[in-house]
Design a protein. Structure first.
Length: 118
């Protein structure tokens, strides 16, 4: 199983970035997908999730600025980030969570670094 996150980089405050998470080795369409982030010295936190049926959930502080989506034909999840703030700087991780045999299994990508500058 591989979750390849990409799209991170350096952006000025107020700018936008679109992260992508390309999945392989899983049945993408039946997995819930999520984005999490971890800033230096802080715990990993939820950014947004999207279920296999397309229902979305966001961290309260990010609603209205971030949008999660998925394209099951491309086995890829996306995170559109707008109006970026300095505090959005973090490593962003992609997560897949879905059924495996008679239980659920979760997978993590390697992360992509987002740096927001003033």
């Amino acid at each position: 199983v591989q979750l390849q996150a990409s799209g991170g980089g350096l952006v000025q405050a107020g700018g936008s970035l679109r992260l992508s998470c390309a999945a392989s080795g899983i049945i993408f369409s039946i997995n819930d997908m999520g984005w999490y982030r971890q800033a230096p010295g802080k715990q990993r936190e939820l950014v947004a999730t999207i279920t296999s049926t397309g229902s979305t959930n966001y961290a309260n502080s990010l609603k209205g600025r971030f949008t999660i989506s998925r394209d099951n034909t491309k086995n890829t999840a996306y995170l559109q980030m707008n109006s970026l703030k300095l505090e959005d700087s973090a490593v962003y991780y992609c997560n897949a969570d879905g059924p495996f045999l008679n239980r659920r299994k979760s997978y993590w990508g390697q992360g992509t670094l987002v740096t927001v500058s003033s």
